[in-house]
Design a protein around this ligand. Structure first.
Ligand code: AMP
Length: 553
């Protein structure tokens, strides 16, 4: 029997028209670095999105599933692109402005982007790439920056001013009734190994994911909230926040290019957001800033941290400041929300609560999970058996973008034969469905046939008051196969030596004796990937090249 329900496609244009009409007075507030922030209502964003869609179609000839790329910070024009491009049926392609030039060129050519909307401040990055971007016909520039950088940069590219382009266009657009399964947006993985891989989100996947973000057991924000969206709009759709906030009228506080700890502290103090989202590195920086120069950050009741593991010391320090961390796990391939660490009701107020908050979190109803052991066997959810996490669900990638080649579409190391996504993350799942990641499959340290979790060692080290940051990597060892190398960034004025740190790890059995690193080095900063994660490949390379000054104890 067929249902008797209406079959209304889940489209981005529905989120846009809903948000701009029913939450029309909610705002996108944007930091400018000096003076008053810019303020734009959701109603204005809606009208300007319609204008942008007219301009893209009528002036720039964007038709069908043409790819329109953005090279932008988090700001309202980027939000307009988020809504206009998919709503008109085209495909939004957010470019990661921190990628090396040659990777950006590769990605733009692979996606065959026809238009690039760029912030003026990013033209020094874009201009030298233009001659190599084979498919790009138009560049649209928004915000302050030196336009002359584009003079003569490429004969085939026409340059437009964003504001001029949309100025006299109608404020409404007859958004087409699209197939909800068609492409809405794409994002490439950061590509630490091999070529970057394109993940293509559908209208349906984004719509359902946004509803999940809004659930009370997820980020659960309402129109009384203001969310400081530090996670870049080019990093997995800013974790779905621009779409989710438009559904519920949550105000967005956008840092634009002011992502340093000082301006972030200022914007929290003056705009009083109730929620914020970013990777741990950003919060470590903010913490140092607040210690050096205290500010009133009391408005920030909830901070979503993901992208890499949240160190326990960071969570505890934030708790003390009244900012409650909620840990979440996800990937470009998972839209990204895969788990979120809301502890179960039975542990609230007990000693167990903190331990639950430190896990990567519980799977929501739409994400199914399983653990696979090294021999392909299914492992139980007993909180102890560690294996590779595999997931499936309506906002989980089932393939990569790129033609017919099965090895590109569904590489065997990324998808199981029955279509589940192999995450490359290793961990355990508790009987009540909480995920604890112990490592990336490629970062785990295999010592004498046993696994050592680099994350456990890092978390324990970062709890020492003299340690600003620590990354632990596997290095070859004649006797054990691999052993951990601890690379440590010390705080200013720190006095701890390696023996002290080693003893600190061993203290109270935090780390088992056989797992304690014997190789140690002090570094100035942990190298980071384009999205702010520890880049352990670089550290392993430096060690192999003999570039690190290693002490053995
Ligand atoms: P990306 O696609 O760049 O967002 O990277 C996804 C990867 O980041 C995941 O596969 C994990 O290895 C890592 N990751 C994301 N969130 C967390 C987290 N909360 N804890 C540990 N690792 C994480």
């Amino acid at each position: 029997m067929q249902s008797t329900m209406q079959d209304v496609p889940l489209l981005i244009s529905r989120i846009l028209t809903h948000g701009s009409a029913l939450h029309g007075s909610s705002q996108v507030i944007t930091w400018t670095g000096e003076g008053e922030p810019r303020r734009r209502s959701f109603a204005e964003v809606g009208a300007r999105s319609a204008k942008l869609a007219h301009a893209l179609r009528d002036d720039l000839g964007v038709q069908g599933d043409a790819r329109v790329a953005t090279l932008m910070w988090n700001n309202p024009e980027h939000v307009e692109a988020y809504f206009a491009i998919p709503s008109m049926g085209a495909v939004l392609h957010t470019l990661n402005l921190r990628l090396p030039a040659e990777q950006l060129v590769w990605i733009v050519n692979h996606a065959a982007d026809r238009v690039v909307i760029a912030n003026g401040s990013l033209l020094p990055l874009l201009a030298p790439l233009l001659p190599h971007l084979k498919s790009v016909e138009h560049v649209v520039v928004s915000g302050p920056g030196d336009r002359s950088l584009l003079d003569g940069a490429s004969a085939q590219v026409r340059v437009h001013e964003y504001e001029d382009l949309i100025a006299d266009k109608p404020e409404t657009y007859d958004w087409p009734e699209l197939d909800e399964r068609q492409a809405a947006a794409m994002c490439y993985t950061s590509g630490t190994t091999g070529d970057p891989k394109g993940v293509v989100y559908s209208h349906r996947s984004i719509y359902l994911h946004s509803m999940q973000v809004n659930m009370a057991q997820s980020m659960g924000l309402t129109d009384q909230d203001t969310s400081l969206i530090v996670v870049p709009q080019f990093h997995v759709n800013a974790w779905g926040l621009p779409h989710a906030t438009f559904m519920t009228g949550v105000n967005m506080l956008m840092p634009d290019r002011f992502l340093q700890p000082g301006p972030l502290a200022e914007m929290i103090e003056s705009e009083r957001p109730t929620h914020a989202a970013a990777v741990p590195t950003i919060w470590q920086g903010l913490l140092q800033e607040l210690k050096a120069k205290p500010r009133d950050v009391s408005s920030l009741g909830q901070v979503t941290i993901g992208g890499s593991a949240c160190p326990p010391a960071l969570m505890a320090a934030f708790d003390e400041l009244g900012m409650r961390v909620c840990h979440a796990w996800g990937m470009t391939e998972t839209s990204p929300l895969g788990t979120i660490a809301r502890p179960p009701a039975r542990v609230i107020g007990t000693d167990e609560e903190f331990a639950y908050r430190l896990t990567q979190g519980r799977f929501p109803a739409s994400v199914e999970a399983r653990l696979t052991g090294p021999g392909g066997e299914r492992l139980p959810w007993d909180g102890e058996s560690a294996g590779e996490l595999e997931v499936r669900g309506p906002w989980i990638a089932g393939a990569y973008y790129g033609g017919q080649d099965a090895e590109v579409l569904r590489p065997a190391d990324k998808f199981s034969e029955d279509g589940w996504l192999k995450t490359g993350d290793v961990g355990t799942i508790s009987p009540d469905g909480y995920l604890t990641l112990t490592d990336r499959a490629k970062d785990v340290i295999k010592s004498g046939g046993e696994w050592i979790s680099s994350v456990d060692l890092e978390n324990a080290l970062m709890a020492h008051p003299d340690v600003a940051e620590a990354a632990v990597v596997a290095v070859p060892d004649d006797k054990w196969g691999e052993r951990p190398l601890a690379t440590v960034v010390l705080k200013e004025g720190a006095t701890a030596d390696f023996a002290t740190l080693r003893a600190f790890l061993a203290d109270e059995g935090k780390i088992a004796k056989w797992q304690l690193p014997e190789r140690w080095t002090v570094i100035e900063a942990v190298p980071k990937t384009s999205v702010g994660k520890f880049d352990k490949k670089v550290l392993r390379g430096q060690y192999a090249a003999g570039d690190l000054d290693v002490t053995q104890i």
